[in-house]
Design a protein around this ligand. Structure first.
Ligand SMILES: [Zn+2]
Length: 111
Protein backbone atom coordinates (compact mmCIF):
# COMPACT_ATOMS: atom_id res chain seq x y z
CA UNK A 1 0.00 0.00 0.00
CA UNK A 2 1.38 3.37 -0.97
CA UNK A 3 1.65 5.92 1.76
CA UNK A 4 -0.15 9.16 1.24
CA UNK A 5 2.15 12.09 1.82
CA UNK A 6 1.78 14.59 4.60
CA UNK A 7 1.61 18.10 3.22
CA UNK A 8 3.00 21.29 4.77
CA UNK A 9 0.01 23.61 5.39
CA UNK A 10 2.06 26.64 4.34
CA UNK A 11 3.98 25.73 1.19
CA UNK A 12 2.41 22.33 0.37
CA UNK A 13 5.76 20.58 0.31
CA UNK A 14 5.56 16.84 0.74
CA UNK A 15 6.79 16.01 4.23
CA UNK A 16 8.62 12.81 4.97
CA UNK A 17 7.77 10.86 8.09
CA UNK A 18 11.29 11.47 9.36
CA UNK A 19 10.72 15.23 9.05
CA UNK A 20 7.88 15.09 11.54
CA UNK A 21 8.54 14.62 15.21
CA UNK A 22 6.11 14.73 18.14
CA UNK A 23 7.47 18.19 18.90
CA UNK A 24 7.85 21.06 16.48
CA UNK A 25 10.10 20.40 13.52
CA UNK A 26 11.07 22.50 10.51
CA UNK A 27 9.44 22.10 7.11
CA UNK A 28 12.19 21.37 4.55
CA UNK A 29 10.35 23.51 2.00
CA UNK A 30 9.66 26.80 3.75
CA UNK A 31 11.26 26.38 7.18
CA UNK A 32 8.12 27.02 9.23
CA UNK A 33 7.61 24.91 12.29
CA UNK A 34 5.24 22.05 11.65
CA UNK A 35 3.93 19.20 13.75
CA UNK A 36 1.15 16.66 13.85
CA UNK A 37 -2.01 18.48 14.89
CA UNK A 38 -2.98 18.00 18.51
CA UNK A 39 -6.61 17.41 17.50
CA UNK A 40 -5.50 14.45 15.42
CA UNK A 41 -3.61 12.91 18.35
CA UNK A 42 -6.54 13.53 20.72
CA UNK A 43 -8.90 11.91 18.21
CA UNK A 44 -6.65 8.83 18.10
CA UNK A 45 -6.72 8.64 21.91
CA UNK A 46 -10.52 8.80 22.00
CA UNK A 47 -10.81 6.04 19.41
CA UNK A 48 -8.29 4.00 21.40
CA UNK A 49 -10.28 4.61 24.58
CA UNK A 50 -13.53 3.51 22.93
CA UNK A 51 -11.91 0.43 21.43
CA UNK A 52 -10.36 -0.49 24.80
CA UNK A 53 -13.76 -0.32 26.52
CA UNK A 54 -15.34 -2.39 23.75
CA UNK A 55 -12.54 -4.96 23.94
CA UNK A 56 -12.78 -5.26 27.73
CA UNK A 57 -16.56 -5.53 27.45
CA UNK A 58 -16.20 -8.43 25.01
CA UNK A 59 -13.51 -10.22 27.01
CA UNK A 60 -15.28 -9.48 30.29
CA UNK A 61 -12.46 -9.98 32.82
CA UNK A 62 -14.46 -8.33 35.59
CA UNK A 63 -14.88 -4.68 36.54
CA UNK A 64 -11.67 -4.28 38.58
CA UNK A 65 -9.41 -5.99 36.07
CA UNK A 66 -11.10 -3.91 33.38
CA UNK A 67 -10.39 -0.69 35.23
CA UNK A 68 -6.80 -1.79 35.74
CA UNK A 69 -6.35 -2.69 32.08
CA UNK A 70 -8.26 0.25 30.64
CA UNK A 71 -5.46 2.79 30.72
CA UNK A 72 -2.57 0.66 29.35
CA UNK A 73 -4.92 -0.81 26.77
CA UNK A 74 -6.04 2.69 25.69
CA UNK A 75 -2.41 3.76 25.24
CA UNK A 76 -1.54 0.58 23.35
CA UNK A 77 -4.54 0.78 21.00
CA UNK A 78 -4.00 4.52 20.44
CA UNK A 79 -0.41 3.91 19.36
CA UNK A 80 -1.36 0.97 17.12
CA UNK A 81 -4.25 2.96 15.62
CA UNK A 82 -2.00 5.95 15.13
CA UNK A 83 0.48 3.86 13.16
CA UNK A 84 -2.26 2.10 11.19
CA UNK A 85 -4.25 5.20 10.31
CA UNK A 86 -1.11 7.18 9.47
CA UNK A 87 -0.54 4.67 6.69
CA UNK A 88 -4.07 5.01 5.31
CA UNK A 89 -4.66 8.71 5.89
CA UNK A 90 -1.86 11.17 6.57
CA UNK A 91 -2.01 12.86 9.97
CA UNK A 92 -3.20 16.44 9.94
CA UNK A 93 -0.24 18.82 9.97
CA UNK A 94 -0.39 22.19 11.66
CA UNK A 95 2.13 25.02 11.53
CA UNK A 96 2.93 27.72 14.05
CA UNK A 97 2.19 30.45 11.49
CA UNK A 98 -0.79 32.40 12.84
CA UNK A 99 -3.64 32.85 10.39
CA UNK A 100 -5.36 36.16 10.85
CA UNK A 101 -4.09 38.99 13.04
CA UNK A 102 -2.67 37.74 16.33
CA UNK A 103 -4.28 39.32 19.39
CA UNK A 104 -2.23 42.15 20.84
CA UNK A 105 0.28 42.17 18.01
CA UNK A 106 2.50 45.26 18.00
CA UNK A 107 2.11 45.61 14.24
CA UNK A 108 -1.58 46.28 14.61
CA UNK A 109 -1.32 48.91 17.36
CA UNK A 110 -2.10 52.47 16.31
CA UNK A 111 0.46 55.16 17.04
ZN1 LIG B 1 6.49 24.36 4.26
Amino acid sequence: MERKPMICPECHTKLERKDIRPNWSCCPGCGVHVRIAEQWIIKQCWIGFGTAILLLFMIGPGIWVSLLLLFPLTVLISILLGIASAVVTPPKIESDVPHGPPPGSIGFLRK
